[in-house]
Design a protein around this ligand. Sequence first.
Ligand code: NDP
Length: 257
Amino acid sequence: MAADMFDISGRVALVTGSSRGIGNAIARGLAAAGAVVVLNGLDADRLEGARAALAAEFGEDRIFARRFDVTDAAEVADGVAWVEREVGPLEILVNNAGVQHRVPMLELDVEDWERVLRTNLTSAFLVGREAARHMIPRGRGKIINIASVQTDLARPTIAPYTASKGGIRNLTRAMTAEWAAEGLQINAIAPGYIHTEMTQNLVDDEAFNSWILGRTPAHRWGSVEDIVGPAIWLASDASKFVNGQVVFIDGGMTTVV
Ligand code: NDP
């Protein structure tokens, strides 16, 4: 009975930026929980590689891929229409695509500021709006926006990233204000420091690694698997009355000084 609440078998899920990293882990987790998954990314070869790998695991009829740029309104509309037409009614959207750009603010170009805002924040509006246009008439849908501990906390050199992830919190609330009554649940997941290939150099850096361990009550790095369970919860009927929340999956980092 309780397990049924988490069953997402056959539900169509689109995960943006899922050709690698956290998005790919979420896509794999949703597929393992039974969803029909559409992968997305920019690099066509990398995307096809990711599709083939998950299709080998879950079947060609369960894993699809569509290349589109999440910052381009026309490409987004075309991409979501393709999902609806070729795969099925979109029930779960994970707005995960994102970029980082590290430079002190005094040296930050407005072009880079806008590129990060567009990729991390405007994209969630564009893909979310397009998905909601299909979900609202059906009276159901789940949108999960990927935030960050930088939704709450700032660090030097990542101003546009911090601003974009703070924006994700209030975009999640704005979507909730407008669409929750239509049967949609919109929430955000805010991952903490996650041990991936990309962060291996930080794990190997003794000073940084001990700073992370000391700064994290759970005294460890997160793994991509740590994100999967909360993603399945927020994608399933188990979270039917969870609206507009940011769930921090950070080992407690944002709860302590
Ligand atoms: P990666 O850099 O590993 O992957 C980014 C993904 O986004 C890739 O699939 C990339 O596609 C895609 N992408 C980038 N720009 C676009 C675009 N314009 N249109 C379509 N797809 C695009 O990122 P992470 O896995 O590290 O991060 C994923 C999300 O999680 C981000 O929102 C990030 O801010 C957030 N996050 C990450 C943390 C971490 O520790 N890594 C911690 C907290 C939050 P392609 O491969 O084609 O470039």
